[in-house]
Design a protein around this ligand. Structure first.
Ligand SMILES: O=c1ccn([C@@H]2O[C@H](COP(=O)(O)OP(=O)(O)O[C@H]3O[C@H](CO)[C@@H](O)[C@H](O)[C@H]3O)[C@@H](O)[C@H]2O)c(=O)[nH]1
Ligand SMILES: [Mn+2]
Length: 812
């Protein structure tokens, strides 16, 4: 019960009306972290020595070259390879520096005072029911409605960017089922509150249903089995109904020759429709004993409000993808519930821990300069080997923790709680010494809607006086004037609303990039806001991932292209730093330039082949110094590799990521850097040079039936992915290594190696590449038809890379 127990200057702006510590922040300062920092510094030192040596030898070699020889080719080659090495070193430094001061935050939700809990609007985005199964969306909505948050302060907004009747009907069905599901969850305190995950245990290892009495948190343990059976039967009926809706939708589309979804998705009217009205008062409404179903006497049966939104879209008008949808949601929700906190979830990310919303609220109440609290993204249905590095653990468990020690984690889309006032372009309190700016007066920034401007004023007021946090509605009573308010809500989602305003530029979610998340977070950080990272156990939210290589590479491509778009926009982190912490700026620079690595990587690999092909410079650029410089080079490389490995091991130790996960990350980095990143560079080059817009290819979400948790699932579920087991794939890898060993042995002459060190290094490198090739080999077998051309291209690049690297060594 101590107040501000770790009172550092950072804690000074804690909210005054919190009398217990909501959030405890610990700086990691173990021996491991100290060693980690030391190793990073040592490795940077080695880099300096290496480059000093590398550049001076290159200059020396060029000056000693016979001018008859085509020294331009040699010069170009040296330049390219040194530039490559410099770039790789720079990228490593940019990646490591922001990770040097990680912190961990633990929230204490029991310290929350329910009466101070701010209202929360949850935004769910959907775009295409063909790629995003309606059943997945329905489950997400149900998990939100059943979350442990006061029903009268929670509202679920669902955006339907496809303008599909199917989506609207699905949400309506889910809303109907919620009247049973939500009280059932409350009665028995079950977890997770996503029916599919609860009944069919698809939620991964930690998210299994309560099966032991000791874990039971509800009120009538003996009744659980009976109630569960009945609710499950209802749920299965819901599934059938939604399947029938989907089948009907299919028939409808088939009967209309040109009435495909594509045309409707890009051209439809705006709709805002309240599907469940907000519960009227804050006193729990108790249920009755409906003996044929579930006994709900003494259970609060109120269900949070549900609002369906489909913003207007017209052909030829930019709709700005997810960012546009989020901004429309921001305005529509302002007119209706105007909650000070906003949670953003993609339609496939459900609430896995019913306390997650409270955890988010803790972080926001703890400090008033936090614009958003990002949760780690966790996923179901990833194959146990995580071949495509879908879990992205190094990012979520190292990078984001490191950033939290600076100015806060990067916003990466789904699973993030926002402060509404921050999204309206307001400065954080520290930079606003003279009270709230009368931003709401600026019509030209916000657009013209009287109720909306009123809500902005209410939100600003709310931000300055925390005691009235939970009552912020712009109108005295929500939906008093139902029809008028609905009409106004529809007006703020019309496609012309944003014309001539600051939406997408200084307000709301940012436009101009396909990764609106990174850009939006960057803009908030630049204004001086900070963010916080919120890890919970069990995982707060869980989502789905692309399960085949094609979809995964498309996703990586979109992220890479979006990042580069930010780099080449007015949001460039280097040119417009604003109030960014210097290391935060480094982190943003890293997140926006990384795809360029592919260019250096490929040039680096191909450059040694150029003189070979042109025949200008002989392979033996040999000078008497060959063997010594080759040995020095190898010594440097060995030191750099060794320190890299040590940094990795230490990183793995402090963060709790496994070495396997770290390795998978490296592997998939190699895969992406030689394929998707290069494509992203080309896309962005086309955009910068010719104004060709980058498209947003929606990720396909697997259907619930195909989804499965990582633990205890038989591998047969991944039949398509696992045509061949890993062990079998060891064979070609071992063969490749054997070939190398033999060729190395063959290079022994008279008891001495010709070019021995180079051969050893080539061997090691070969082993490395072969290991990276693993995921490809697996993908190739699993998905031959769809990914073959792509895979062949990448495999070709790899081969070139391998050959060139070996040649490169021999040329030194
Ligand atoms: O025009 C569009 C396109 C997409 N979406 C929604 O945006 C979300 C993300 O799309 P998805 O295809 O699932 O992309 P992912 O790569 O899986 O998503 C990650 O990366 C995106 C940025 O590229 C972020 O927007 C997401 O929040 C983040 O989870 C989904 O809910 C979509 O329904 C829309 O609402 N309108
Ligand atoms: Mn997604």
């Amino acid at each position: 019960m101590t107040k501000f127990c770790d009172a550092s200057p950072e804690d000074e702006n804690k909210s005054a009306n919190v009398n217990r510590v909501l959030v405890r922040t610990t700086k990691l300062s173990t021996v491991t972290i100290k060693l980690y920092r030391l190793m990073i510094v040592i490795r940077m030192g080695i880099f300096m020595l290496f480059f000093k040596w590398r550049i001076s030898t290159a200059l020396l070699m060029m000056s000693s070259l016979d001018p008859q020889e085509a020294s331009t080719a040699v010069g170009a080659m040296c330049t390219v390879s040194i530039a490559g090495e410099l770039w790789f070193a720079l990228m490593w430094v940019l990646d490591q520096l922001p990770k040097m001061q990680p912190v961990r935050r633990a929230v204490d939700i029991t310290a929350l005072d329910d009466s101070l809990l701010p209202a929360m609007d949850v935004f769910v985005t959907t775009a295409d029911p063909d790629k995003e199964p309606p059943m997945v969306t329905a489950n997400t909505i149900l998990s939100i409605l059943a979350a442990d948050y006061p029903a009268e302060t929670l509202t679920c907004y669902v955006s339907d960017d496809g303008g599909a009747l199917l989506t609207r009907e699905t949400i309506a069905e889910a809303a109907r089922f919620a009247k049973l599901w939500v009280p059932f969850c409350r009665k028995h305190g079950i977890e997770p509150r996503n029916p599919e995950a609860y009944f069919f245990s698809t939620g991964g290892p930690k998210a299994r249903a309560v099966t032991r009495g000791s874990d039971y948190k509800g009120r009538s343990w003996p009744e659980l089995a009976r109630d569960k059976r009945r609710v499950r039967r209802e749920y299965e009926e819901l599934r059938l109904r939604i399947d029938a809706l989907q089948a009907g939708d299919m028939r409808r589309r088939c009967s209309m020759a040109d009435g495909r979804r594509g045309t409707k998705a890009e051209d439809h009217a705006g709709v805002v429709q309240v599907l469940i009205d907000p519960p009227s008062s804050s006193t729990p409404q108790l249920g009755v004993d409906a003996s044929d179903l579930v006994d709900l006497s003494d259970i609060d049966v109120r269900v949070p409000a549900v609002v369906y939104m489909c913003r207007e879209k017209r052909r030829g008008r930019a709709h700005h993808r997810k960012a546009g949808a989020m901004n429309a949601l921001l305005r529509a929700s302002a007119v209706l519930s105007n909650a000070p906190l906003i949670l953003n979830l993609d339609c496939d990310h459900y609430v896995n821990n019913s306390q997650a919303l409270r955890a988010g609220a803790c972080l926001m109440l703890d400090r008033d300069d936090v614009a958003f609290a990002q949760f780690p993204q966790r996923f179901d249905g990833v194959d146990p080997a995580d071949r495509y590095a879908n879990h992205n653990r190094v990012f979520f468990d190292c990078t984001e923790l490191g950033l939290d020690g600076l100015q806060g984690p990067i916003y990466v889309g789904t699973g993030c709680v926002f402060r509404r006032s921050a999204l309206y372009g307001a400065d954080p309190p520290r930079w606003r010494p003279h009270g709230v700016a009368s931003a709401a007066a600026a019509h030209n920034n916000f657009g013209v809607s009287t109720p909306f401007l009123g809500s902005v004023r209410a939100a600003a007021l709310n931000h300055s006086s925390p005691e009235q946090r939970s009552t912020t509605r712009s109108s005295p009573s929500w939906f008093d004037d139902g029809a008028a308010i609905d009409g106004e809500a529809a007006a703020v989602v019309s496609c012309g609303y944003e014309d001539g305003t600051a939406w997408g530029r200084d307000m709301g979610w940012m436009y101009g990039t396909v990764t609106e998340d990174v850009a939006t977070g960057l803009c908030l950080h630049r204004r001086g806001w900070r963010s916080a990272y919120c890890t919970t156990a069990p995982d707060a939210f869980r989502g789905t991932v692309p399960i085949n290589l094609t979809d995964r590479l498309h996703q990586v491509l979109r992220w890479a292209a979006g990042s580069l778009e930010i780099f080449f926009s007015r949001n460039n982190a280097l040119l417009r730093p604003g109030r960014l912490h210097p290391l935060q700026r480094v982190a943003y620079l890293n997140t926006t330039v990384y795809p360029l690595t592919s260019v250096f990587l490929i040039l680096y690999c191909v450059s040694p082949a150029i003189p070979l092909l042109s025949g200008s410079a002989s392979l033996s650029m040999g000078t008497p110094t060959t063997s010594t410089s080759s040995a020095t080079y190898i010594a440097f490389l060995a030191a750099l590799m060794l320190t890299l490995a040590m940094v990795a091991v230490l990183e793995v130790r402090w963060s709790g990521v496994t070495l396997g996960e770290w390795w998978r990350n490296q592997q998939f980095w190699m895969v992406s850097a030689t394929s998707a990143y290069l494509a992203a560079v080309v896309q962005v080059a086309l955009k910068v040079a010719a104004g060709k817009e980058i498209s947003f290819k929606l990720t396909c979400k697997p259907k619930p039936a195909a989804r499965s948790g990582a633990a205890g699932v038989k591998e047969s579920l991944f039949a398509e992915l696992y045509a061949v087991r890993w062990t079998v794939l060891m064979v070609p890898a071992a063969a490749a290594l054997a070939v190398n060993v033999v060729s190395m042995a063959a290079s022994i002459e008279g008891g001495r190696w010709r070019n021995g060190p180079a051969a050893v290094l080539a061997l090691a490198f070969n082993a490395w590449v072969v290991m990276h090739l693993y995921p490809f080999a697996l993908g190739l077998i699993g998905r031959w038809s769809k990914t073959a051309p792509l895979l062949l291209l990448v495999a070709l690049l790899f081969t070139i890379r391998l050959l060139c690297f070996v040649l490169h060594l021999h040329m030194l």
